[in-house]
Design a protein around this ligand. Structure first.
Ligand code: ATP
Ligand code: MG
Ligand code: MG
Ligand code: MG
Length: 478
């Protein structure tokens, strides 16, 4: 089905065989004796070299073979004399499907900045860097499904349109069916957005968790893996307005089981990418090494693959929030007042604190547990002391929070109290509360921001560069 792809061709390398190749020109080089075309079809980081003789094709055709043009090449596979490649294609037929005017095509062979490429998200998958990132992203997504399937989880599709704000952070995009030319007005004359989905409130989901819990209370182990939306006007390198979240939810799992699962899960999917994306990761590692060259030796980080192996092969550090605060209070940056946000019990850790713990103190991934109830969501199970909840955050080097999870409150009265305490109308979550009245069960789960995982595995520095079409307040393409 379909033409042979370059990846398959390089694996099989059936020398002497007639082949048809279709792909995009990366470079063309003309010498006295030959014309060399480097072709890439996105199936692999590697190009294949195709060779024609001068005069073999009309000059008008050869002129159309420029960087970015799309070609069909027929030829035979021969052993290559060039360094670094085993085979090349001796061209017998050449067809130009689509030209790319060299005056206008932006991806001429030179190094482009990631900022520039972000402005042309529709073309950047054709670069080596984005090709590699997108293939690694695919492998990770595949590994996620495989992992949960192997472990007896069911893939549950939770809704995108919902009225509930699971995180209570008020960062929701509203969905509206209102005629904004003639909007309904409240008594003060302001547009009444409150009941805007055929008479009721509707938003884009910030998390599939609440619905995921309902699934776990029936199927025992489920996971969601879908887009989530946060209307945060955040211009960090770790936040997007639209990102993909993986949310397993398990009945009969306590916090410890939840931590064990989270750790095993991330290690397994990273291991999968290391095994199945060797060439892409080697390319990304080399790319990083180029960047690191400009830094003094002591500030250079480990090569990408060593960093990944380290995470896969070593146990994560586990400690409570309270212990973490003690460490931070005794740290140099705290004593020298170098943290931007002051440390004290009760604060919501910011990424500088998280990264201090991971990168400076423990030098490995960290799982923090038992956070103060005030800074965590209403659905988390209260600890016996009533001050902390059974929350866990997994913190990664270079990133900070990658996973947020908890054991959920299964007691109806306690949950209702928390719902009221934070100002949610119990009527709005009656369906959620009801699960605690009919066969309630201890259960736990977590949410992993998929792009933060891809960010870590690819070693990229900005979350906007690990999703094909980033959505953030100032995206160039929308
Ligand atoms: P942060 O503290 O980084 O803002 P959060 O605590 O608000 O994250 P949660 O509500 O716990 O995030 O969501 C679970 C996971 O989803 C996070 O651990 C993170 O990996 C990811 N995540 C959250 N917000 C975003 C975002 N805006 N863009 C990309 N990933 C996100
Ligand atoms: Mg947030
Ligand atoms: Mg957080
Ligand atoms: Mg969180």
């Amino acid at each position: 089905m379909g033409p042979l792809q370059i990846k398959e061709l390089l694996q099989k390398a059936p020398e002497g065989q007639a082949v048809t190749l279709k792909g995009w020109v990366r470079t063309k080089r003309e010498s006295k004796n030959a014309i060399f075309i480097a072709l890439n079809d996105g199936s692999t980081i590697h190009n294949i070299q195709a060779v024609a003789e001068p005069g073999q094709f009309a000059e008008t055709i050869i002129q159309q073979v420029t960087t970015g043009a799309c070609l069909r090449i027929e030829g035979s596979l021969v052993a290559s004399l060039g360094a670094g490649q085993s085979v090349e294609v001796k061209i017998t037929e050449l067809e130009v499907y689509g030209t790319a005017d060299p005056e206008k095509y932006p991806l001429q062979p030179k190094k482009h900045s990631l900022e520039f490429l972000r402005e042309i998200a529709h073309l950047r998958p054709r670069t080596n860097t984005f090709g590699a990132v997108l293939r690694v992203r695919h492998a990770l997504a595949f590994a996620v499904h495989q992992y949960f399937n192997d472990k007896g989880f069911f893939y549950l599709h939770t809704p995108i349109i919902t009225a509930s704000d699971a995180e209570g952070a008020g960062e929701m995009f509203q969905v509206t069916t209102l005629d904004l030319d003639k909007p309904p007005r409240d008594e003060q004359g302001a547009i009444d957005y409150k009941e805007d989905f055929f008479g009721r409130e509707a938003n884009l989901t910030v998390s599939g968790q609440l619905e995921g819990e309902l699934g776990a209370m029936a199927l025992s182990k489920i996971y969601t893996f879908g887009p989530t939306f946060r209307a945060e006007n955040s211009n960090t390198t770790r936040h997007l307005a639209e990102f993909w979240m993986i949310e397993p939810e398990m009945a009969f799992f306590e916090l410890k089981d939840n931590m064990d699962l989270a750790e095993d899960f991330v290690k397994t999917v990273i291991g999968y990418a290391m095994e199945h994306c060797k060439d892409d990761l080697a390319f990304l590692q080399k790319r990083l090494e180029e960047e690191e060259k400009s830094k003094p030796q002591k500030d250079r980080s480990l090569p990408l693959l060593e960093k990944l192996s380290f995470v896969v092969d070593n146990p994560f550090e586990r400690l409570t929030y309270t212990e973490a605060i003690d460490i931070l209070l005794n740290s140099k940056p705290h004593k020298e007042k170098k943290f931007q946000y002051p440390v004290g019990w009760g604060i919501d850790l910011s990424s500088e604190h998280e990264r201090y713990l991971v990168e400076k103190h423990f030098k490995k991934p960290v799982i923090l547990t038992n956070y103060p109830r005030e800074i965590k969501s209403f659905y988390m199970k209260l600890d016996e002391d009533g001050k902390t909840v059974r929350a866990m955050d997994v913190l990664f080097p270079g990133i900070g929070e990658i996973i947020g999870g908890s054991q959920r409150e299964e007691n109806y009265d306690k949950l209702l109290e928390r719902v009221k305490e934070i100002g949610i109308d119990p009527q709005n979550v009656w369906w959620y509360l009801e699960t605690r009245q009919f066969g309630t069960a201890p259960h736990s789960g977590f949410g992993l921001g998929f792009e933060r995982l891809v960010l870590f595995v690819t070693g990229m520095g900005n979350i906007r560069d690990v999703i094909p079409f980033p959505r953030f307040p100032k995206s160039a393409e929308f």
